[in-house]
Write a new protein. Structure first.
Length: 613
């Protein structure tokens, strides 16, 4: 066993002895949809508040406050008006009923800013709160009311869990906050609660959202966390998730750092990554994390071996591990460090996960090989169960089994698409790159183009791209960005004789990509298109009727004469190969194109008819 404490265990709930797991208990998400659906908007606020307040991993008795901005009829005018429901002063969110909330006209609260005269007069602002009371509610509003009123979110939670307070009070809490949430949680320096803090929080959040649309909350130094959601459940889920993130970060890393400081000498290498490699989730199983799939797999296997050894030793009277210092000496052994230093640098796509549809075809195989060569894990999808095994063998020979997965998937079938993406997330932990490549081709004069043929082209080339992109979006959002690459066609830009169904469907996919680029940009999702032309060698499409049909459309032989026709038609007089298309895909999948979205790249050896400008 290594001296590194490389196993962490997440408790099944927020109760029980967790000394061996994290120094902070983790909250359990207790939202019950069946209960929630029976409640009014105000009752949902009470339900959320009671769930949060009754969990000591979230806040102490009497601590924290919650709010919701609800639309209600004004008792005088009968007109709908926005009302802020916020925990009243002195209440306990864990046990209070609806009468524990103060209710105030939101517009009146927000208009108080014109009366604010600065920090030296801040306490005066509390006296204005009763003038904003809605429906003669006698429950006094708390001093934290401005924090809720001035934020532009429907539901807001402000709680003080131990794990968050530890971060908020830490000397390097701001850096830790950045490390945990990668910018999706902000940081404000300490300031006592009041109207001025509410203004600073509002201005900070609205300014931050311009560059980080995925902002989930703000750490208030020395104070706690404030976070939000569009619905009562989304707000609750966000609060619980953020607390759990903080608790996990402060479990394990501090203990590993203390272990390193106890054992290291001036001659030892610097402390390595303090994150746990193996995490045990009761009721779920064992999850291993590493920079690459092989290391993660080996960590899981080594852990299983270690448990077997311990179990056997216990049967013989007890397991005895190495002394801590000796274990450290092995982990940070100079020869081990030298071996680590000799390891090659990670490839550009190391740690990235790609899904390639139509992965058993020529462009799909070439794309998968290119992404694997740059370090990515790749899952290929193809409708042909017969073609997949040979493609998988080729990819495994070029890379390794750990980084290759495959699934039979007809991209026109919604359920199969979702199952394939679920399988990818289970196998690799998520996804970062989608290459929508699955395609067909058909050629026929308009009068011979049946409705069935028209729909088949659109089912695969337009709806198939839509279904795969839609399945990818939630995964890419969770990973705060990624790249989608559509394999389009020259025919999506330039009209083609006797190919109206194919060309129209390809044109639809081009415009879909542009629409998705707009929708994905706030989440860091880039969407671009590669437009090949006449990729004949190695193509399953060109091995079928499409070859004969296009030869017939041009009045030439379907053999070598066809390839020569397309080669000579190009400005550069060169063949376009699957590997050429794969090179374009890699560009859009990599950081080399980090500032490109909504773009098209023609890989056609030059075709003036298809120039994008």
């Amino acid at each position: 066993m290594s001296g590194k404490h490389e196993v962490d265990e997440l408790p099944a709930s927020g109760t029980g002895d967790q000394a061996a797991a994290t120094p902070f208990a983790l909250p359990r998400n207790r939202w019950d949809a069946a209960i929630a659906q029976q409640k009014s908007p105000a009752e949902l606020l009470q339900y959320r508040s009671n769930l949060l307040g009754s969990d000591l991993t979230v806040t102490n008795y009497g601590g924290g406050n919650t709010s919701a901005k609800l639309t209600q009829p004004d008792p005088l005018t009968g007109q709908d008006t926005e009302v802020l429901w916020v925990k009243g002063s002195g209440g306990d969110i864990g046990s209070m009923g609806l009468d524990g909330f103060a209710t105030l006209y939101l517009a009146k609260l927000q208009s108080l800013e014109r009366l604010y005269r600065g920090l030296e007069h801040e306490d005066d602002m509390v006296d204005y709160l009763p003038h904003c009371t809605f429906n003669l509610n006698t429950r006094a509003a708390s001093i934290d009311t401005p924090l809720h009123a001035l934020l532009p979110f429907a539901h807001v939670d402000h709680v003080h869990p131990d794990a968050m307070i530890a971060l908020a009070a830490a000397a390097d809490g701001e850096q830790a906050t950045q490390a945990i949430w990668s910018g999706s949680v902000g940081w404000l320096p300490w300031q006592r609660p009041g109207f001025d803090l509410g203004l600073k929080l509002r201005d900070y959040v609205t300014g931050y959202l311009a560059s980080q649309p995925n902002l989930r909350g703000v750490m208030l130094a020395g104070h706690g966390v404030i976070c939000w959601g569009d619905t009562a459940q989304a707000c609750y889920d966000n609060t619980i998730s953020l607390i759990a993130d903080a608790a996990r970060y402060l479990n394990y890393r501090e203990r590993y750092q203390a272990y390193y400081q106890r054992c290291a000498s001036a001659q030892d290498p610097a402390m390595r990554d303090p994150n746990p490699v193996v995490i045990l989730v009761p009721g779920v199983g064992r999850i291993t994390f590493a920079a690459d799939k092989t290391t993660a797999r080996l960590a899981g296997e080594f852990y299983g071996n270690a448990i077997n050894v311990m179990r056997g030793a216990e049967a013989l009277g007890g397991y005895v591990g190495l002394a801590e210092q000796e274990a450290f000496n092995i982990e940070y052994w100079a020869l081990e460090e030298a071996k680590l230093q000799r390891m090659p640098k990670p490839r550009p796509l190391a740690g990235k996960v790609a899904v390639v549809t139509g992965g058993a075809g020529g462009i799909g195989r070439a794309t998968a090989l290119r992404l694997l060569a740059e370090g990515a894990c790749v899952m290929i999808l193809d409708y042909s169960a017969e073609a997949l095994p040979a493609a998988v063998t080729l990819l495994e020979q070029a890379a390794d089994r750990d980084r290759v997965r495959a699934a039979v998937c007809d991209v026109t079938q919604e359920s199969q698409v979702q199952e394939a993406f679920d399988a990818c997330a289970l196998a690799f932990g998520g996804m970062d790159i989608l290459v929508a490549n699955a395609g067909i081709a058909s050629s026929a004069p308009l009068e011979e183009t049946t409705v069935e043929l028209w729909r088949k082209n659109f089912d695969v080339l337009a709806e198939g791209y839509f279904l795969t992109a839609r399945a990818a979006f939630p995964l890419l959002k969770q990973q705060r960005g990624g790249s989608i690459v559509f394999i389009g066609s020259k025919n999506g830009l330039a009209a083609a004789t006797n190919a109206s169904a194919y060309a129209s469907a390809k044109a639809a996919s081009l415009h879909l990509a542009r629409c998705l680029a707009l929708e994905g940009a706030p989440h860091g999702i880039r969407v671009n298109t590669i437009n090949p032309d006449a990729v004949i060698k190695g193509s399953r499409i060109w091995d079928g009727d499409w070859r004969k049909e296009r030869a017939g459309a041009h009045g030439i032989d379907a053999g070598a004469e066809l390839e020569e026709h397309y080669r000579n038609r190009s400005l550069l007089k060169r063949d376009v190969l699957p590997e050429d298309v794969a090179e374009g895909v890699y560009f859009f999948a990599s950081e080399a194109s980090a500032k490109s979205t909504g773009n098209m790249l023609n890989v056609d050896a030059g075709n003036a008819q298809a120039f994008t400008r």
